[in-house]
Ligand binder design. Structure first.
Ligand SMILES: [Zn+2]
Length: 240
């Protein structure tokens, strides 16, 4: 009799645990590797690897951007030699009241980079700018995405993510009130600018699989390199 009661209690506890776990799964799809990416979800543990995986699902990637109300539009495919080019390019749209423009305009990135940039702008850059400066970011200043080159411009060795437009280099930000924040000038500058730049770097690490800042090396003293290299769900990620 006592044994039966104990079993009953044990099974009841187990049932409650299973129900709680299922509810947690339903509330945290962004923290589970097997759920489908939705750009409306919060940023979670697996957001960056899912964004990177969109590199092999261009139609899904473009549908996600369109569903999210992104102003980005498909760009024509580009080929440059056997190792360079892209088929999933997006021409980043003009800024809106909600999201920043990219300056200079006309930036084309791969679709995963465009998707990660949209989330970075909305979830990381704009909230950080409002908190630190009381102003939105009107424009993100960049140094381009596509470039047919190997790592560090060497003659041999692995190709850069820039060779497939899976990377973008960010130089700084122009606020809606006209002020500017520059990676080169402000990485070790006054408190607000420095804190803002570190916050947007750290926030990028939850969306891009590679983030390299001035903390990494002298080659990155004037920009943040953000890329969506797809190294699989268990692949390494760099945030430096
Ligand atoms: Zn770069």
């Amino acid at each position: 009799m006592r044994r039966a009661v104990l079993w009953f209690i044990l099974l009841s506890l187990l049932a409650v645990a299973v129900i709680e776990l299922r509810a947690w799964f339903d509330r945290h799809p962004q923290d589970l590797p097997w759920t489908t990416l939705d750009l409306a979800h919060p940023v979670g543990r697996f957001t960056a690897v899912k964004l990177a995986a969109l590199g092999s699902a261009p139609a899904q990637c473009r549908a996600l951007l369109s569903d999210a109300g992104s102003p980005d539009r498909p760009a024509p495919p580009r080929r440059a030699g056997s190792e360079c080019g892209y088929g999933d390019g997006m021409r980043l749209g003009a800024g809106t009241a909600r999201i920043a423009a990219f300056s200079p305009p006309g930036l084309v990135t791969s679709c995963p980079v465009a998707s990660a940039l949209l989330l970075w702008d909305e979830r990381v850059v704009q909230p950080a700018a409002r908190r630190h400066f009381g102003s939105a970011v009107a424009a993100v200043q960049h140094a381009g995405s596509f470039s047919c080159r190997r790592l560090y411009g060497r003659a041999t060795g692995p190709w850069s993510e820039h060779a497939t437009a899976d990377a973008v280099d960010i130089l700084g930000f122009r606020l809606a009130d006209g002020r500017t924040v520059s990676v080169l000038r402000d990485w070790r500058g006054s408190a607000d600018e420095t804190a803002f730049l570190r916050e947007v770097r750290d926030g990028a690490c939850r969306l891009f699989t590679t983030v390299l800042s001035p903390d990494y090396n002298a080659a990155h003293r004037d920009h943040l390199h953000l890329d969506t290299a797809d190294r699989g769900p268990a692949g390494w990620r760099a945030c430096r």
